[in-house]
Design a binder for this molecule. Structure first.
Ligand code: NAD
Length: 340
């Protein structure tokens, strides 16, 4: 366990159980160097406890990198609640988790993630203030979409020489909370949209409302376009799918888009500019972090401009060093976190 913590440079790992409610919780605090650790709470079933702990540690580390590059005074953390086969009282389980968070004295702040909702955060909030994205807090997705939109502009400028998106062909995979809001913004500036979603209703809406062209899910990655914007699930680019791409750049909201670090190098070799996912999709984190600190909407919106500034900085380094932007982003985050 300590070897795993050391390899990820994880500061703290907390485990707690509460047989009365069925709570089995892991909280991984990766770094508090830049501020309290902030990161979502997953509520999922896992094949074994080790997998839950590994998931929490890996995700906590990526939250530290994301917060550092977003210019937030915030560290990275993540929590995982192992979902029991049956739960008698979901609210009581999340309240027990709220008491666990409170016992950490503010070193960890939680938020919505896979398998949890704002209503769950409300239960946590009954016992601690160290929680964001409650029903009062609002949905961070529009802010994520705003950040991705600005990031696409920065990416177009770096790769195609202009940030004018008029007539640019953008292929969006996934028209959920973020993808659809992004499609609306791109449509408003005259971009040409090619869209896919597993939900045919979402695609139909984009065709009717935004004049988008529907593309079958299985052929979206291979569709010729200027920018591919993955906004569905993670892990979509692997050694095989990366060879199918016919775009100039990849810039979208999905988390962990690359199945491995080597895929970033293949993208680089193929001349496809990659916007590191945890940089371009940090608008939601910026929203919850600053809202938790009581910032105004104007302050939050102004902070979102840091996303395109950071991407432009990363692309300049990548160009000068002939390295993938993904590797440059990791190095920059490590410099901010560890001063090297
Ligand atoms: P969502 O669940 O609302 O939407 C995802 C959409 O993608 C769904 O409509 C789903 O049908 C579709 N989809 C999934 N796999 C697909 C495939 N193979 N082909 C086509 N469509 C597919 O999720 P969301 O909140 O919009 O988030 C989208 C992505 O962005 C996720 O990876 C998420 O982790 C990431 N992200 C979201 C936020 C946020 O603020 N919501 C912040 C940072 C990162």
């Amino acid at each position: 366990m300590f070897a795993m913590m050391e390899a990820s440079r994880l500061e703290e790992l907390h485990l707690a159980q509460d047989p009365a409610t069925g709570l089995k919780a892991v909280i991984a605090i990766h770094s508090t160097r830049l501020g309290p650790a902030l990161g979502g709470c997953r509520y999922l079933s896992y094949p074994d406890e080790q997998s839950a702990i590994r998931d929490a540690i890996g995700l906590a580390k990526s939250m530290s990198y994301k917060a550092a590059l977003a210019g937030l005074e915030q560290g990275g953390g993540k929590s995982v609640l192992i979902r029991p086969a049956h739960v008698a009282n979901r609210g009581a389980l999340f309240e027990a988790f709220g008491r666990m968070i409170e016992s950490l004295g503010g070193r960890y702040i939680t938020a919505v993630d896979s398998g949890t909702s704002s209503a769950d955060m409300d239960c946590i909030a009954q016992h601690t203030n160290h929680v964001t994205s409650t029903t009062r807090g609002g949905d961070p997705s529009p802010h994520t979409a705003m950040g991705v939109f600005a990031g696409i502009r920065a990416t177009a400028l770096a790769r195609l020489g202009s940030d004018d998106l008029t007539g640019l062909r953008v292929a969006i995979q996934g028209l959920g909370h973020v993808g659809y809001a992004l499609a609306e913004q791109l449509h408003a500036v005259g971009a040409e949209l090619l869209v896919s979603d597993l939900d045919a209703g979402r695609v139909q809406l984009a065709v009717e409302q935004l004049g988008a062209q529907a593309v079958p899910s299985e052929s979206l990655l291979a569709t010729p376009c200027d920018i591919l914007a993955p906004c569905g699930l993670g892990g979509i680019l692997d050694a095989e799918t990366v060879q199918q791409l016919r775009c100039s750049a990849v810039a979208g909201a999905a988390n962990t888009q690359l199945a491995s670090a080597e895929v970033a190098d293949t993208l680089q070799d193929r001349g496809i500019l990659y916007a590191p996912d945890y940089v371009i999709n940090s608008g939601g984190l910026i929203y919850v972090a600053l809202q938790h600190r009581g910032a105004s909407l104007a302050t939050i919106t102004a902070h979102l401009t840091k996303i395109s500034e950071r991407l432009t900085e990363i692309y300049a380094h990548a160009e000068a060093e002939k390295r993938s932007p993904a590797r440059v982003a990791d190095s920059l985050a490590e410099r901010l976190l560890y001063g090297r």
